[in-house]
Design a protein around this ligand. Structure first.
Ligand code: IPM
Ligand code: MG
Length: 351
């Protein structure tokens, strides 16, 4: 297969982790006879520095015409500590999600046999966890009206949802549940928020179209607790943008390191693949960041293109590296650790 993949390394550790995913993907391409053309493009703080904005039109063109987008991370401390900055790297990510129509963010949480005891949670609670949080990604409070008033003494952000936005996300959730264990949980805050009541009403009305799916409804605060108390109770979770942002960081603890969890963002056109961790500026340029979340995001990319053998091969080699202790320092527990680039080289060599 011929593949054109837009490569958005972004900020912080983005370039380093993306490099490893490229090595691994190129090794897969060589082994399974595919031809990948990587199309690098600027995003985030790196794009602000170069052209003054975090998601330039040129980058959008490259993404929109690619078969898939592989993304690293976005964000820079220089902006975090300056609330008055007019242009922020994160705006690039939001603009990209919106312009590419990536309304569904698929964030799986699973455990790795050799890492179970690295999780701060007890083995018996997490072993066998296999859930997906499907986060709405182009609506809600991230995109609602916001501003300041009363002479700058009041600030507001608005959580708005339209029925069609909930329906298209929920449809993906029902379809995913059908292919898995047929359990769907809608997470909201319907005891307080009107937009959440619209979520519940909309999902309830869709239940009749999927009679085999067992649907439950939970308030997000309760889910925040149950998710780490008994993650095996969940299969597919659907939720609003902000709730999903928070719950997916929480869920990453289950697997043992945030550096392990991949994601895909899908819509009606091109899809994007990225690790759920951020730009981790403290580690940038040090060749110490864990590249596995990005490598596993590349596996999701191959999977979505129905290149299942290729995706499985990546997961196999990742598991092998973990089992053999070829890991970055976040997983080494003071033992021998490897550099980001060494882990990437090892993975590519073992394909
Ligand atoms: C994520 C990140 C982003 C988000 C930030 C960087 C804007 O936390 O992808 O989860 O909040 O969506
Ligand atoms: Mg987040």
């Amino acid at each position: 297969m011929k593949l054109n993949i837009a490569l958005l390394a972004g900020d912080g550790i983005g370039p380093e982790v993306v490099d490893q995913a490229v090595k691994v993907s190129d090794a897969i391409a060589a082994k399974y006879d595919h031809e990948i053309t990587w199309k690098p493009a600027l995003t985030g703080a790196a794009a602000i520095d170069a052209v003054g904005e975090p998601y330039p039109d040129e980058t959008h063109e490259i993404c929109a015409s690619a078969d898939a987008v592989l993304f690293g991370a976005i964000g820079h401390p220089r902006f975090d500590n300056d609330p008055s900055a007019k242009v922020r790297p994160e705006q690039g990510l939001l603009k990209m999600r919106q312009k590419l129509g990536l309304f569904a963010n698929v964030r799986p949480t699973f455990t790795f046999p050799s890492l179970i005891d690295k999780s701060p949670l007890k083995r018996e609670r997490i072993e066998g966890t296999d859930l997906i949080i499907l986060r709405e990604l182009t609506g809600g409070i991230y995109f609602g009206e916001r501003g300041r008033k009363d002479d700058n003494h009041t600030a507001f952000d608005t959580m708005t949802y339209q029925r069609f936005e909930i329906e298209r996300l929920a449809k993906k959730g029902f379809e995913m549940a059908m292919k898995r264990s047929k359990k769907l949980c809608c997470v909201d805050k319907a005891n307080v928020l009107e937009s959440s009541r619209l979520w519940r009403e909309t999902v309830q009305a869709m239940e009749k179209d999927y009679p085999e799916v067992e649907v439950s409804y939970e308030f997000v605060d309760a889910t925040a607790m149950r998710l780490i108390q008994w993650p095996k109770g969940y299969d597919v979770i659907i939720t609003a943008n902000l709730f999903g942002d928070i719950l997916t960081d929480e869920a990453s603890v289950i697997s043992g390191s945030m550096g392990l969890m991949p994601s895909s963002s899908v819509g009606s056109k091109v899809s994007l693949y990225e690790p759920i961790h951020g730009s981790y500026p403290q580690a940038a340029g040090k060749d110490i960041a864990n590249p596995l979340a990005t490598v596993l995001s590349a596996a999701m990319l191959f999977e979505d293109l129905e290149l299942t053998k290729e995706a499985e091969e990546i997961r196999r080699v990742v598991n092998k590296s973990l089992a053999e202790g070829i890991v970055t320092e976040d997983l080494a527990e003071g033992g021998k650790s490897y550099k980001t680039s060494e882990v990437g080289d090892w993975l590519a060599k073992n394909i």
